[in-house]
Write a protein that binds this ligand. Structure first.
Ligand SMILES: [Zn+2]
Length: 289
């Protein structure tokens, strides 16, 4: 996403928030989309995934850092719309610039991103963006859509009939056929815009300048934006070649990608995607094929 695009989104949010502009406000009301999971199931799935993540990633445990990030996160999460999730904010001890969120409120910030932020507002902007993916339930929304695509609509009657625990299990079983990482599918472009809109609203309510969010995403690594698990070799190549792109990301958190090397699980094939100024994506690198 280019700076201009993000700038426009944030500016529209500000119009609605502070000037009471009705049209702007209507444009910036965002609600969670279609979802087969309950809020509690989001939390359960997130908790299970977080155990795996924290086994695989080196985690920062220095209290000065963890407490600072937890406090900052809590200050922002207070203003997250929708269902109340037990938000947790943790720091991964890796030097790349990266952040991601699991369903149910588990937000991870890489050390490299904190080191690169020039102000607290810039860091808050990334965290508000990740909080918004959780609040808008983008992860399980993606799984729900993948499930529908796999099974067709016929099965839905039964699903909606019983919101039992086993429903999540059967959905995950079916989605597993698409690759376990369907859970972490890269959020669609509209999901990214939604996360920017709601993130800017959270920033403003928490007393930060929402423009810091637009600024920071676009000053990263010579204007390259990273969100997701990009292998170090691809980051190195990106920095060397500096192609005409504005962002790079891995669709979700595929098994076998950096930090997701999970014992006993077969690595999945995945692509590193590059985004150009118009928002078009192309495959920058492929792994596991
Ligand atoms: Zn995002």
């Amino acid at each position: 996403m280019t700076f201009n695009r993000r700038f426009r989104i944030v500016a529209t949010v500000l119009l609605g928030l502070f000037l009471g502009n009705g049209v702007a406000r209507a444009q910036t009301v965002v609600r969670p989309g279609f979802n087969l999971f309950s809020v509690q199931q989001d939390i359960d799935i997130g908790r299970q995934s977080s155990v795996q993540v924290e086994k695989q990633f080196p985690m920062v445990s220095r209290p000065a850092v963890t407490q600072y990030v937890a406090r900052l996160g809590a200050r922002l999460a207070r203003y997250a719309p929708g269902s109340k999730y037990p938000y947790q904010f943790k720091v991964v001890n890796l030097s790349d610039i990266n952040a991601f969120a699991l369903p149910g409120g588990y937000v991870y910030i890489h050390r490299g991103l904190i080191e690169r932020a020039k102000t607290e507002g810039e860091l808050a902007g990334v965290m508000a963006h990740e909080i918004s993916h959780v609040a808008l339930r983008h992860q399980t929304n993606q799984v729900s859509k993948a499930y529908l695509a796999e099974t067709g609509v016929g099965i839905l009657g039964g699903l909606f009939g019983s919101k039992s625990q086993s429903t999540a299990g059967s959905i995950m079983g079916t989605v597993g056929g698409l690759g376990l990482n369907a859970l972490f599918l890269k959020n669609s472009r509209s999901a990214e815009e939604q996360a920017d809109i709601v993130g800017a609203q959270i920033m403003a309510k928490a007393g930060y300048d929402p423009m810091d969010m637009a600024r920071f995403f676009d000053t990263l690594v010579w204007n390259y934006v990273l969100e997701g698990h990009v292998p170090a070799e691809d980051i190195q190549r990106l920095l060397k070649e500096r192609p005409d792109i504005v962002g790079i990301g891995v669709p979700g958190m595929p098994i076998g990608s950096p930090g997701m090397e999970i014992a006993g699980m077969k690595p999945s094939a995945y692509d590193v995607l590059a985004f150009d100024k118009t928002g078009k994506t192309r495959v920058f690198a492929s792994h596991g094929r």
